[in-house]
Design a protein around this ligand. Structure first.
Ligand SMILES: C[S@@+](CC[C@H](N)C(=O)[O-])C[C@H]1O[C@@H](n2cnc3c(N)ncnc32)[C@H](O)[C@@H]1O
Length: 441
């Protein structure tokens, strides 16, 4: 949602803080409008420049309340109660406070001295609230790193290619590598900046033999070509991204490659069905492409490289490590991003908004939506995923209550962490998955 700020002089003594208006295209438009109306809230708040601090804070509470409603997603709306005046979720709260902060920063750029006073009060209070959010998700750091040489090479490679970072690589119990802040980082600080030229995206493909060979074929999407290209690159000694590929884990251990024992233990659960469907889909896709491509293009697709195991490994790499990014060309595309790919996920992340290459600097910036102290793990949001999706495509369950762990009900609604309806009879849950659903039981 783009931030909209406006410094309007209503008789010269008022500043207007304007949230982006609700979009009528939003499927939740009517519900959000109804909630705003019923609470006497508006996306537009007029703050008298002579307002007392206490009154300014009251208006700020209303702005935050309106921002929470405006930023609400379908699940937050479903579990929303008429007497709810609390943060709806860690993500919603971070989004709401950061949206207001962005609007106030824009207003401050053009404000006159009289207006600056009240704007600073609002701005500083939001920063204070962001700094005091108690959102713990500290993985236990085991060592600085396990494979120092490999990670050092990756960071040096990054430096050579223009990567700027205030993060270091460390190893965490149960999560592999992650990144920790090397200094105290505050809201708005850029923790990591990756030049567009260091991003692996379909734009690299255009000149490749593989792209040219497959261009005329129907039924092969650019994303599939990129996945196939990455299989070759991973094993090619002359790849420009050799160090990146070498630094990847040997196995991703996502649900897609769970062994027989793990699958047997999950039999009867919804997760088992999701895993089996995803694996079958990938196997079918592989069988449609191979051995056909090896026969038709033997110089490009070597049989010993394009095995089912390597194909599955590449799928796991793309599922667990890729990010959607809008490139400077304006194209939204799936990318692998060296070094940024080391950031682990949290339901209360430090980095929320990172999906757009800055056209001026031609770089992708990862700025903080909440502070991260030196030595703390810095988390990213991989998106609003339930546990089953995270296990299937990433191979882990996040710490803390995941608000996206919900189960569909027959009436079209959901049961989840905010709702204590008993659902045990609807799903057979293996003890291993207890964490995902314990709040529903
Ligand atoms: C983008 S990579 C992050 C870097 C990865 N930890 C590594 O060592 O290369 C995503 C993978 O990290 C792990 N991961 C990410 N967030 C996690 C979390 N909160 N808890 C446990 N594992 C996590 C999962 O294995 C996931 O598939």
């Amino acid at each position: 949602m783009a931030a909209v700020g406006e410094l309007a002089a209503a008789g010269g003594d008022t500043v207007v803080v304007r949230l982006p208006p609700l979009s009528e295209e939003d499927p939740l438009f009517q519900d959000k409008k109804r909630i705003l109306d019923s609470r006497n809230l508006s996306c537009l708040c007029q703050v008298p420049i002579s307002c007392s601090t206490a009154d300014t804070f009251k208006l700020l509470d209303e702005m935050i309340e309106a921002a929470r409603v405006a930023q609400m997603d379908e699940l937050e709306l479903y579990f929303y109660g008429d007497d709810d005046f609390r943060p709806l979720s860690a993500r919603n709260e971070l989004e709401s406070l950061n949206l207001l902060l962005k609007i106030l920063n824009t207003l401050l750029l053009t404000a006159n001295d009289a207006a600056k006073g009240v704007l600073h009060v609002l701005h500083d209070e939001i920063l204070l609230r962001l700094r005091s959010l108690e959102l713990e998700d500290n993985g236990q750091m085991v060592t600085q790193t396990q494979n120092q040489d490999m990670e050092d090479s990756l960071l040096k490679w990054g430096e050579k290619h223009g990567v700027k970072t205030k993060l270091q690589i460390a190893f965490f119990e149960g999560a592999g590598r992650g990144m920790v802040a090397s200094e105290n980082l505050d809201v708005g600080d850029i923790a990591l900046e990756i030049p567009e030229s260091a991003i692996i995206s379909e734009e690299l493909l255009c000149q490749s033999d593989m792209f040219i060979a497959l261009k005329g074929l129907d039924n092969i999407t650019t994303e599939t070509v990129l996945l196939l290209w990455s299989i070759n690159e991973r094993y090619s000694p002359s790849s420009n991204f050799k160090i990146y590929f070498e630094a990847l884990p040997a196995n991703f251990n996502t649900g897609l490659s769970f062994g027989i024992d793990a699958l047997a233990a999950l039999e009867g659960t919804l997760l088992f069905d999701e895993l089996m469907q995803a694996r079958q889909h990938l196997r079918q896709q592989y069988d449609e492409l191979f051995p056909m491509l090896c026969i038709n293009f033997p110089d490009i697709f070597k049989q010993d490289v394009y095995t089912w195991d390597n194909f599955l490994l590449a799928c796991e790499l793309w599922y667990s490590n890729s990010m959607m990014v809008v490139l400077s060309s304006g194209k939204l595309t799936t990318c692998l991003i060296p070094i940024a790919g080391l950031l682990n996920h949290s339901v209360s992340p430090h980095i929320l908004n990172y999906g757009q290459v800055d056209k001026a600097t031609k770089s992708l910036k990862f700025s903080l939506s909440r502070p991260c102290k030196a030595g703390e793990q810095c988390f990213l949001s991989y998106g609003k995923h339930p546990g089953s999706h995270l296990v299937t495509f990433y191979g882990f369950l996040p710490r803390g209550d995941n608000p996206y762990d919900v189960i569909p009900l027959d009436d079209g609604g959901w049961a989840g962490p905010h709702n204590t309806i008993v659902l045990a009879k609807r799903i057979l849950i293996h003890p291993w998955m207890k964490k995902m659903v314990h709040l529903c039981l």
